[in-house]
Design a protein around this ligand. Sequence first.
Ligand code: ASP
Ligand code: MG
Length: 375
Amino acid sequence: MNEERLMVIKIGGSVLSDVYSYPRVVDKIEGLFLNEEKIPFIVVSAMKGFTDVLLNVSKGDIKMLSQIEQLYMDAAIQIGGSGTISRVQRELFLLRKIAVDNNISLDIREDLILSFGERISKILLAEAMRQKDLPVLELDACNTIVTNAVHGNAKINYEKTLKNLIHIKEEVLRNNTIPVIEGFIGCSDNGEITTLGRGGSDYTATTIAALLAIKNVYLFTDVDGVYSADPKLVSSPIIVRSMDYSEGVEAAKYGVKRFNIKMFEPLIKYYPSTIYVGNESRFGTKIQKASNATGSKPKIIAYKNLYNRSLIAIIGNNVDRAKLIHKASLALSEINVSFSAAILPPASPSVVLLFNDKLDAQTINTVHDALIGSE
Ligand code: ASP
Ligand code: MG
């Protein structure tokens, strides 16, 4: 079937870390995904760290602008092509104009400023693809992804977005072009730019896949998959091989992999695409509607500071939650730590342990190693 030729690939900011990244990523996509049969629908994030930088600009840190301008111009020069530099220059000119304009309402202004991360990133990726003679169909998220007007955390209007996507799909299949679109941004009905909340590119990717009934979504990142714990906290986390949507939603709630909480909604509502998380060496994590993993171990340990207190969420379906609490408390008692309460959130695949203090890395490692262990 024609539709089966399509797949969605989201390029995460983590792999867009410097001015050389764009041509490099295009090579990787070419090597991994491009052949006569397949057409990737490419969703692109902002360059690594840039959404945070732009957030500071929107809060008044105008000094950052020259650094941004320098970096993006370097990236444009690196990619080459006559159009690239002038297109990027134009975006940077607009960005500066908006950043110094105090007459725009704050929420609208913040979304406008944040949108430049993805807008410029898309221009750079599309130009890098053209340089390699790939048949790019460059899309504008503002004309494609229709959202409500909740600035900073907009929700996609699926019905209206589907209408736009159907035309795009027809064009892509007819002309064998590769669509490239900005993640994270859309436009409300009155034409104002909105953003979808942090990590929103994943939400753009799953929405496109679900609405067009596309089977596979690849979230291209700098690690081999979703880790069983934050590698900054736990010394030997393992790659979670398989998860279901409910575990994904739970992981998103606790900030795992900075998943956007809304990303599973279109998949639950419209079409159950499978998500693969990883990179060119390995797509180690598969997230499906229902995973057939029956293991008794949980999948992920997520740690969160709550002012002076903290929590550990133990995430995983098909586990005996009472046993899990017992096991955690035994392991913790050996290092003289105890939790103040264990919560079993109803209808959620998790157990939450509450602590009266912040935890050190040793404690988090202890819980991880006792409940999940090594590969
Ligand atoms: N650039 C946005 C963020 O940093 C969206 C994304 O990367 O998914 O949150
Ligand atoms: Mg992300």
